[in-house]
Design a protein around this ligand. Structure first.
Ligand SMILES: Nc1nc2c(c(=O)[nH]1)N[C@@H](CN(C=O)c1ccc(C(=O)N[C@@H](CCC(=O)O)C(=O)O)cc1)CN2
Ligand SMILES: NCC(=O)N[C@@H]1O[C@H](COP(=O)([O-])[O-])[C@@H](O)[C@H]1O
Length: 225
């Protein structure tokens, strides 16, 4: 685990804190960063955590002076080859501890999974819930459809087989069952005959970038009530 913290922190903010979990490019993180910067999302991103060292989202966070941590699963697999707790459970326990031990001005009201490609176990979800912190996830599919990884590709393939005419994007609450938590907000995306997978991915990402901000806003508004 490695953490980088910019020199200055705004500890006087009354805005709710969010921590963002990423694994890759971070275009959805960037949408959140931009929305906070232009005040369309009344929140502060106080920490970004990636499970992949090469995630460009870490660069995006650092550029925005947001502290980052790389939380690596590999050492856990080596130290917990076939043990109880499993490598994943110990990793998740430590991930929760990392977040819960953040300084008060960084502690989140909400955790947003934005392209976070790691299935979270109750070893993470339980202590986070007990601390009163909600977890939401952006998933490029509609409720009850294409749960799991590579959802856009699987929807595109189903469209080519004539099985569906549309897919979509949702923001949902994170529970132990993957992509099965209560939907916060969703938007349909029509499938276009003859369109390439890359073409659909591009349109889906555009919808994602708006929906992740909308979904985060709705959850934060609900926390205040
Ligand atoms: N307990 C939950 N954890 C996560 C959820 C969730 O709803 N409940 N959402 C995911 C995000 N996600 C889809 O939206 C998703 C991400 C990754 C996977 C997956 O199969 N991951 C593999 C590793 C894949 C890889 O490293 O490329 C794994 O964790 O073994 C499924 C769904 C975030 N977590
Ligand atoms: N199951 C989760 C999942 O598939 N998430 C997907 O990962 C990508 C992350 O892009 P980003 O790193 O540019 O935000 C996004 O397309 C997001 O929907």
């Amino acid at each position: 685990m490695s953490t980088s913290t910019p020199s200055t922190q705004d500890s006087l903010s009354t805005l709710p804190n969010i921590v963002v979990l990423i694994s890759g490019n971070g275009s959805n993180l960037q949408a959140l960063i931009d929305a906070c910067a232009n005040h369309t999302l009344p929140a502060r991103i106080t920490h970004v955590i990636s499970n992949r060292k090469s995630a460009y989202g870490l660069v995006r966070a650092s550029t925005a002076s947001i502290p980052t941590t790389y939380h690596n699963l590999v050492p856990y697999k080596k130290s917990h080859p076939n043990s109880i707790p499993t490598a994943r459970e110990q990793y998740d326990t430590d991930l929760a501890s990392l977040i819960l031990s953040l300084p008060a001005f960084q502690k989140p009201a909400l955790i947003v999974c934005a392209g976070w490609m790691h299935i979270l176990t109750p070893a993470f979800l339980t202590p986070i819930a007990e601390a009163g912190i909600k977890v939401i996830n952006l998933h490029p599919a509609l409720p009850g459809e294409f749960a799991g990884a590579e959802a856009i590709k699987r929807a595109w393939e189903a469209g080519r087989r004539g099985e569906i005419k549309r897919t979509g994007v949702m923001v949902h609450e994170v529970i132990a069952e993957v992509d099965a938590g209560e939907c916060v907000v969703s938007r349909e995306v029509e499938l276009r005959e003859g369109e390439s997978l890359e073409g659909l991915e591009g349109r889906m990402h555009e919808v994602e970038h708006g929906l992740i901000v909308e979904g985060t806003r709705r959850v934060l508004e609900g926390l205040g009530k």
